[in-house]
Design a protein around this ligand. Structure first.
Ligand code: SF4
Length: 215
């Protein structure tokens, strides 16, 4: 790791996990009206993966494809993540994949639903669910992919560009590794830069390898 220091972020509020399972949390989230994003989205998109996952990967919010499928990371960014995880030697099925915000936020233009960035209030309200997921799973490492995940987990004092590759910690003590969101790689117009940034992302992901117990 480029930093052995665990910096502390803000507390995440969330429901008590006692008696809860990931499935019961998912069911509860279907009825969530903590912010307005439930109004226009198709459905809640909860995290997915094993309850004993050593590593939890957190993205921003579901995209158009995820909103329809009801599953996280099944669209273009998810496919890019799959490629990069494989390059890093990480088995996706051993990770729990989720988003900081569980409903798709979008703007409609010419009948297309275009991604809209969640605001700080929406991120803060949905941190309730992310906190509950972490409390149940008790991961060895959380990978924060992009600014929204970082804000949810650690507040606004941590920056992707400045702190990428470093380890921080939530107040509950979960180590958090900072990196970019895979959708960033899809937006780079220059192929050479895209290749270079993909390699950097894979190197970031490799830092998660020591947190997986031997199979
Ligand atoms: S985005 Fe999160 S907080 Fe807002 S309604 Fe959906 S599940 Fe609830």
């Amino acid at each position: 790791m480029s930093s052995g220091i665990f910096h502390r972020g803000p507390a995440l509020a969330g429901p008590q996990a006692s008696g809860d399972t990931l499935e019961s949390l998912h069911q509860q989230a279907h009825a969530c009206e903590r912010c307005d994003l439930y109004r226009n989205a198709t459905q809640v998109v909860f995290g997915e993966g094993p309850m004993d996952a050593p590593v939890v990967m957190v993205g921003e919010q579901p995209g158009d494809k995820e909103d329809v499928a009801g599953r996280p990371f099944v669209g273009p960014a998810g496919h890019k993540l799959d490629v990069c995880l494989a390059e890093a030697g990480i088995d996706r099925s051993r990770c729990y994949l989720t988003n900081a915000v569980k409903h798709f936020k979008f703007e409609e233009r010419a009948k297309r639903r275009l991604h809209a960035k969640p605001n700080s209030g929406e991120i803060q309200r949905c941190a309730y669910w992310l906190a509950a997921e972490l409390r149940l799973i008790q991961p060895r490492l959380v990978v924060a992919m992009g600014a929204t995940a970082l804000t949810s987990l650690l507040g606004r004092n941590v920056r992707v560009t400045r702190d990428r590759g470093k380890l921080f910690a939530t107040p509950s003590g979960f180590p958090v590794l900072v990196t970019v969101h895979p959708s960033f790689l899809l937006r780079l117009p220059d192929p050479e830069e895209a290749r270079r940034e993909q390699s950097r992302f894979v190197e970031d992901l490799k830092k998660a390898l020591p947190f997986f117990p031997a199979p």
